[in-house]
Every structure is written in C-alpha cells, then in structure tokens.
Ligand binder design. Sequence first.
Ligand code: ATP
Length: 264
Amino acid sequence: MTDTARSTADAPSAPGAGDFAARAQRIAKVYGSGDAEVIALDGVSLGIPRGRFTAIMGPSGSGKSTLMHCMAGLDAVDSGEVYIGDVELTRLKDKQLTRLRRDKVGFVFQAFNLVPTLTALENITLPMDIAGRKPDRAWLDQVIDTVGLRPRLGHRPSQLSGGQQQRVACARALASRPEIIFADEPTGNLDSRSGAEVLGFLRESVREMGQTVVMVTHDPTAAAYADQVVFLTDGQIVDTMAAPTADRVLERMKGFDLPGVAAR
Ligand SMILES: Nc1ncnc2c1ncn2[C@@H]1O[C@H](COP(=O)(O)OP(=O)(O)OP(=O)(O)O)[C@@H](O)[C@H]1O
C-alpha cells in the first residue's frame, strides 16, 4: 500500500503524535444490526498531518462522512481510538468532548449553517462569544481580509451570495485558530466560481496561516486543491495520493469501477 498517512499513524517508527493534528487508530463503526447491519468504518487508521490540506474521497456510502464525524468527535466509534492533538476522544465525558470541539475544532458544512438574524461579523465571532472568549483582533482582521469579507461584515446571510456565506462559515471556523478544520462537501452548494474561491481560501489558510484542513469531497477538482487525497472504499482506506491533480484523482476514482463515481 502506498498509504503514507495510514502507515505513519500505525507504525512503531511513526513520527511523534505532535506531527498529526488528528489521528484515527483502527477505528470501526457499525450501524444497525442483523440483516440491517452496515459496517461504515472497518478498522481505519489515518494520521492528518499538521499544517496540511487533506481531502477524503471515495464512492457514495464508502464511509467518508462517518470517518470525518468520528474524527471530529461528532459521532462515537465502536472500537479504536481517535485523537485530536494528543487528546484521546473516546476517554472524554460529554462535557469535555463538547469543550474540546468548541476550542480545538472548526467546522464547515455543505449547508452554511449561519444564523440568519446575525450579521456576517456576528456569525464569525459567535462561537467565541458563546465560549465567553475575546477574539484576537489582529488575527480576526487577517482572517476577514483573507476571505475578502470586510465590505460585507454588516450584512445578514440573506444579503450575501452563497459563496460569500460559505466564506463567512470558513472565517467562523478559522477565527478561533482551531487545531483542525473539518469541511464536509464545502463546495457542494456553490457554483464553480464560488466553489473555487472557497477552495482557494481554504488552501491559503493552510499555506499562509499554517491551518490544518480535512475536506470530504466528491469533486476531483476540489480534491486537487489538497496536499494529499485519502481514498476510502467500503469503510477502508485503499490508497493515498500526494500532490493530486484533478485528472489523476478522476482516473483513480474511475478505478473503483462504480457507477456514478466519475460523474459526481
Ligand atoms: N445513521 C446511520 N444509520 C444507518 N446507516 C448509516 C448511518 N449513517 C451512515 N450509514 C451507512 O454507513 C455507510 C457509510 O455512510 P457515509 O455517509 O459515511 O458514506 P459517505 O461516503 O459519506 O457517502 P456519501 O458520499 O453518499 O455522502 C453507508 O452505507 C450508509 O448508508
């Protein structure tokens, strides 16, 4: 297997845990039971390198969202271990997990999940306001300028385009300088131009700000913005690709030989 991410998380000679913003070790997740049993994750080991952009791809139903939700502490694994930094999530009580998610993890979803009655700026600072933390003004300014939202800070979500709303969501995820950002199909609701803007911004947050980003996507063009692509099939990691291009990713996806994969 050419799977550096997987082997480095597993091997005894692996780099220290500090090299990974998040790690999964032999995690399994089963939904349902009896005839309805679905093995969504089947012993996945994966290290997410710090300060890099990782894309997760695979056919529909291969376990991408489950993997991401388990690694982000949004869903519990049935076995195995998940780490954010050096904290093992399965040992945490609910309250500790909620706090860790709030303080260490940023999320960007396909649906922008903005609060409609708040302005763009209020949406960006909302998680910190809830946590009772003062934003770092200089950092917030940098984030706002990077996503190009300064002229729109007083607008409500309904007064913004889809791409601008997703940029607000990206800025919200970045504002607290999380250990890692999980993005689930962040361009799924955007036209290709707005999608490219959001991807360019995520890319820049990695390059310029040292952010760690993990993104689930169906789109080879989106995956090409990443430093590496991890391929899942049937709940298992089957390959990784460094320095991906859209063409190479598309070719690899065709290799899974499943209807609809290349077309999505
Ligand atoms: N809550 C659930 N209850 C039962 N089965 C589930 C549940 N969530 C996911 N599954 C099943 O687990 C498997 C993996 O699902 P998951 O959503 O992680 O796949 P995915 O690769 O993200 O799919 P897609 O690309 O279609 O979003 C699928 O077979 C799915 O039907």
